[in-house]
Write a protein that binds this ligand. Structure first.
Ligand SMILES: Cc1ncc(COP(=O)(O)O)c(C=O)c1O
Length: 481
């Protein structure tokens, strides 16, 4: 096939469509060695299109169908079909987002989307950039905060800086640990502050920790508030944290990677009250809102900071004597050189649905989660970790019949801890449901159902999921553990 012939894509579209029919199972799970035996992954000899077609079919046959309502393994689900179309176009056009000359329209699209998103989050005069994920957005936040406090860091490095400390909740995402390591803060300088039962950071503990670090001569630089923790979906009290940041002159970053999608809902956006006081924040439309992976936005209040902190002014790419307005060469704000046109996927979704279409999807998602919570609350054998819904996360244990009515002591909980992953295994192997489980703080392994915009689950599907959990839960016997 020559490089102008894209006819194989027609085959691919047919294969993908066939893999999306209802009768296709969620997963045909095989262990790695078994899968290696089944698949022909060797690349040393080329194959013709007919054989390649077969290979693709086989690969998809054993891949997880993340668009199904029974895929509840992660904080993302199916993609928005308009976003998916945008993603295909983006790949077909193979555009990099650094300069206006190679990405004229996509540059304007990124600017447009960022403006709209900044306005929605209440930071209308700010700036932003699409990044390759929430973890990288966390890096952006830390770099911006450190550059703002110590601009000389860009040239001189970190050697002469005071010891900088970062504060975050014990339930926050682990990317802050990685960023602390990579950026030279050191993970010992990440203070993980205790949370309340709902998973929100304890403000008094936060203040005590700040004072303690100050007393040691350290420099509190950055507080990471979370709007939608990974497991419980907790939204920190952003206004209270903003007050603390103001009092101690500390940078406020809000990790809204998960919960940020609630900004799309007129009804639920007040849950994010205080986000407009952030110095920086991140939102992953690729999670709840269903933009195709990856689609993550980093926003910053101060207009030129991203450019000042990150620019390297490469002469071969960002020449200042170009024939057009070089202010539209936005790539030097990024830590990347080549950068995918992720904004376009989101733009496609937004253009098709408008604010009101996304508002509706956000509301439906929350309504489904509320319904699920209510059903679980009243269903025998199920026990909620927390009854308060913040984001569309519903966390619970299934207690098999043989465990019910027994003395609930440490041994009992240890058994629950082992039962949960066993149920997950049975659900996965039978392709009924892929669901997340985790321990958290003192809580033993429990399930997390996190609802997303695509597909919107209905009551029957929720009941079926719970029936499946119950059925697999009742298959578990003590000698299996
Ligand atoms: C709250 C939160 N922040 C950040 C991230 C990291 O996002 P990404 O997977 O895009 O790096 C996650 C991922 O689950 C998350 O839950």
């Amino acid at each position: 096939m020559d490089s102008n012939d894209i006819s194989f894509l027609d085959n691919v579209l047919d294969i993908v469509k066939a893999e999306r029919t209802d009768d296709v199972p969620l997963i045909r799970f095989k262990h790695p060695k078994e899968l290696e035996e089944i698949l022909d992954l060797d690349i040393s000899k080329g194959v013709d299109d007919v054989q390649l077609d077969k290979c693709v079919k086989q690969i998809l046959e054993y891949s997880v169908k993340t668009h199904k309502p029974t895929f509840k393994n992660q904080l993302y689900g199916g993609t928005d079909p308009y976003g998916l179309s945008g993603a295909w176009i983006a790949e077909a056009f193979n555009t990099s987002q650094y300069t206006f000359e190679v990405a004229p329209v996509f540059t304007l699209i990124e600017i447009k989307i960022l403006k709209h998103v900044l306005y929605l989050f209440g930071i209308p005069d700010g700036d932003g950039i699409f990044s390759p994920g929430g973890s990288i957005s966390m890096f952006y936040g830390l770099v911006a905060a450190r550059y703002k406090a110590f601009p000389e860091v860009k040239r001189k490095g970190i050697r002469n800086l005071p010891e900088l400390v970062i504060f975050t909740s014990e339930d926050s995402h682990y990317s802050i640990q990685k960023a602390a390591h990579w950026l030279g803060f050191g993970t010992d300088n990440v203070m993980r502050i205790k949370t309340n039962e709902c998973g929100q950071i304890l403000i008094n503990e936060l203040e005590i920790a700040i004072q303690k670090e100050q007393a040691k001569g350290k420099h509190p630089l950055f507080i990471n508030a979370t709007a939608g923790t990974t497991v419980l979906g907790a939204i920190d009290d952003l206004n209270a944290i903003a007050d603390v940041c103001q009092k101690y002159k500390i940078w406020l970053h809000v990790d809204a990677c998960w919960g940020g999608s609630l900004i799309l809902s007129e009804t639920y956006r007040q849950k994010l009250s205080g986000v407009e006081r952030a110095d920086s924040m991140s939102w992953n439309p690729h999670k709840m809102a269903g933009a195709p992976l990856q689609c993550s936005i980093f926003l910053v209040r101060e207009k030129n900071l991203l450019h000042e902190a990150n620019s390297a002014s490469a002469q071969y790419l960002f020449q200042q004597d170009k024939f057009y307005d070089v202010n539209y060469d936005t790539g030097d704000k990024s830590v990347q050189c080549g950068r995918k046109i992720d904004a376009f996927k989101l733009w496609m979704m937004w253009k098709a649905r408008g604010d009101s279409g996304l508002d509706q999807l956000a509301n439906q998602t929350m309504a489904v989660a509320e319904l699920c919570l209510e059903i679980i609350k009243n269903r025998e054998g199920f026990k909620l970790v927390n009854e308060r819904l913040q984001c569309p996360n519903v966390c619970f244990w299934y207690i098999p019949k043989f465990m019910r009515g027994k003395n609930v002591d440490e041994k009992w909980w240890d058994l629950v801890h082992k039962i949960t992953p066993k149920i997950k295994e049975l659900l996965t192997l039978s392709s009924r449901l892929m669901i997340a489980y985790t321990p958290l703080r003192h809580y033993k392994n429990f399930f997390r159902l996190a609802f997303t915009f695509h597909p919107i689950a209905n009551e029957q599907q929720i009941v079926e999921m719970l029936n499946d959990i119950e059925e697999c839960g009742e298959m578990v016997t003590p000698n299996m553990l």
